[in-house]
Design a protein. Sequence first.
Length: 110
Amino acid sequence: MPPYALLAIAIVAEVIATSAMRASEGFSRLVPAAVVVIGYGIAFYCLSLTLKTIPVGIVYAVWSGAGIVLITLVAVVMYRQVPDVPAIIGLGLIIAGVAVLNMFSKMQAH
């Protein structure tokens, strides 16, 4: 599987796991707690596979940046937690930083 497809799976699995964490109510609800554990397991497994070909700085920037943005969108839809102007600016800066790393960085995996 292409490394960026694995990275996308890792991101989606992490977002699902993080979203389920709130629903697990401190791991007191079995099904959401299981989703958290399984989701993070899939996320970290796929993330580890991407590190074979993509530099760790790029992988982590894309994974964490995309995760932050997607979790914010989930929070808006599921929990009606609407970001204010500073939060939107911060999210824009995260997206810009990840874009700069991907477009201009000369990092290589070893």
